[in-house]
Design a protein around this ligand. Structure first.
Ligand SMILES: [Zn+2]
Length: 214
């Protein structure tokens, strides 16, 4: 049975593309020493954030434009392994500003055919029933094949509470005898989409390392 770490840290790292010199002064040894002195047993660090940027050399996604290190994620994981602190890796699903802008056709849509999220300070919502799921698979495979870590935090795995009626969800509902005009059926579809996506991502993780907690 796996031991629960004494102290677990989530290093929240959602960083706007407007911020320059990301990681410029990062010192891996000092980072690991500080965590050791604080008796941290495990820490979750970022592969990608809600702004949609990656913190490792990626072919699938987009590195943060202000990143001043070739592989911040790799450096962090190596520094943690060197002092026996357990690394977890964070990525985001439904909230990804960059992908929402480059692929508006992947966004979730309300019953009134309006985009979900993105009003004011809110994040735009991407739909897990679109080809974005394929993009997420490629992203996860890239991270899983490049790094060794113990936990994967796959954040914001939600369809809108009242359901999404993007073109992909509409087609899926019709194929499965669900009525897009029915709130109950829309919610049913939202739960189906979410469950299917979770299973798909878990199966991918299992291909690489079934010991990774998700
Ligand atoms: Zn949808």
């Amino acid at each position: 049975m796996k031991q629960i770490p004494f102290r677990d840290v989530h290093l929240d790292f959602h960083t706007s593309g407007l911020i320059p010199d990301v990681g410029a002064d990062f010192d891996p040894a000092q980072f690991a020493r500080t965590l050791t002195e604080a008796h941290v047993g495990s820490i979750c660090v970022f592969a990608r954030c809600h702004h949609g940027y990656c913190y490792y050399p990626t072919k699938v996604g987009t590195p943060h434009p202000g990143l001043r290190r070739r592989d911040l994620l790799g450096e962090i994981i190596n520094s943690l392994r060197a002092v026996n602190i357990s690394p977890g890796v964070y990525t985001t699903v439904v909230w990804d500003e960059l992908t929402s802008q480059s692929h508006p056709e992947w966004r979730q849509v309300t019953a009134e055919r309006k985009f979900i999220g993105g009003e004011g300070a809110g994040w735009k919502w991407l739909c897990m029933n679109t080809p974005y799921a394929n993009w997420m698979e490629a992203h996860l495979r890239e991270v899983l094949s490049a790094y060794s870590f113990d936990r994967l935090f796959v954040d914001i795995v939600n369809q809108w509470g009242d359901g999404c009626v993007c073109d992909h969800c509409l087609e899926d509902m019709r194929e499965n005898g669900l009525d897009p005009k029915s709130p109950t059926d829309r919610r049913m579809e939202a739960m189906r989409v979410r469950s299917r996506f979770i299973k798909r991502m878990r199966d991918i993780v299992n291909e690489y390392n079934p010991e990774v907690l998700v």
